[in-house]
Ligand binder design. Structure first.
Ligand code: GDP
Length: 296
């Protein structure tokens, strides 16, 4: 983790050379720097507060191992805590269901649901050799249905037609029935998003969830949303039992602090990161690597 924060902490730590323990007094200055770094990365304030409290507790009085200075030790603790908060190891997509395994995509309009649906289809075809069907339940925007058709074709998956005069629930039932009869392994269901959370939208997606019994309910969120990501995540978590998060637009300028906030608020693992507009721009999320990016 070669970063600006590491440099700052090392400088502070130089003054502490020779001390064998991290103490309340010397940890305070360093935690202030950590707090700033997290806020600059757009981690939500309450999440930062909790985080700092946890790090402080872990750091205080800890024996400084071997040749590590208190500064280096604290950087280690912070880095580890960020990675642990975002989830350790790699959390792959779950397809353990009677086929077709249904994956429900949820999130605000513009978050990247449709794009991610196709990216995921491609990944499941290429890496897991699955037969994949996609369907759009977005009956409010005919363009969204067409968009899913186009990107599904690019992904090499099959697309189930739907139209604005249908009810989302009827579309879902028909797609599921077709997927069963045609022996698809996976059915990816793209849903309608709104510009902001609204009750009708939440009720609709809850109904879809009840009907489809998806093995994965993925919350798609724009990493550039920063502080707002927390409120969006809260609303979706209250409506649905989320099984995973996809953080999109990680190729942007954001330091990706939303990852920490969204993970903390939903408790769901971050499974993938969107890293470009292209169909192959989806990566398995690596918490360890992302911890370094958040700290800057
Ligand atoms: P939806 O309304 O949630 O279905 O969002 P879309 O899939 O239509 O995506 C909205 C916009 O974000 C589109 O222009 C996408 O190309 C773009 N987008 C989605 N994911 C990514 C990503 O990971 N990186 C970048 N740079 N753009 C993305």
């Amino acid at each position: 983790m070669a970063s600006a924060l590491t440099d700052k902490l090392s400088r502070l730590a130089k003054e502490l050379r020779g001390q064998a323990r991290i103490t309340e007094a010397n940890v305070q200055d360093m935690l202030r720097e950590v707090r700033m770094a997290l806020l600059e990365a757009d981690v939500a304030l309450p999440v930062v507060r909790d985080f700092i409290a946890r790090v402080k507790e872990k750091a205080l009085g800890q024996e400084v191992l071997g040749s590590l200075s208190p500064g280096q030790a604290l950087v280690g603790i912070v880095h580890k805590e960020i990675a642990a908060t975002m989830g350790e190891g790699i959390s792959d997509i779950n397809l353990q269901a009677q086929p077709p395994a249904v994956i429900l995509m949820a999130g605000l309009q513009g978050a990247g649901k449709t794009t991610t649906t196709a990216k995921l289809a491609k990944l499941l075809i290429e890496k897991r050799k699955k037969k994949v069907l996609t369907v759009s339940g977005d009956v409010y925007r005919p363009a969204a249905i067409e968009q899913l058709k186009t990107v599904t074709q690019q992904a090499g998956a099959e697309w189930f037609p739907s139209s604005p005069d249908q009810k989302p629930l009827d579309i879902a039932r028909a797609a599921l029935d077709f997927a069963r009869k045609q022996y698809f392994d996976v059915l990816l269901v793209d849903t309608a998003g709104r510009l902001a959370i609204d009750e009708a939208l939440m009720n609709e997606i809850k109904e879809l969830h009840r009907e489809l019994k998806p093995v994965e309910t993925l919350f798609v969120v724009d990493a550039m949303q920063g502080q707002d990501a927390v409120n969006t995540a809260k609303a979706f978590k209250e409506a649905l039992p989320l099984t995973g998060i996809v953080l999109t637009k990680m190729d942007g300028d954001s330091r990706g602090g939303a990852a920490l906030s969204v993970r903390q608020v939903t408790g769901a693992p971050i499974k993938f990161a969107g890293v470009s507009e292209k169909i192959d721009g989806l990566e398995v999320f690596d918490a360890e690597r992302h911890a370094g990016r958040i700290l800057g």
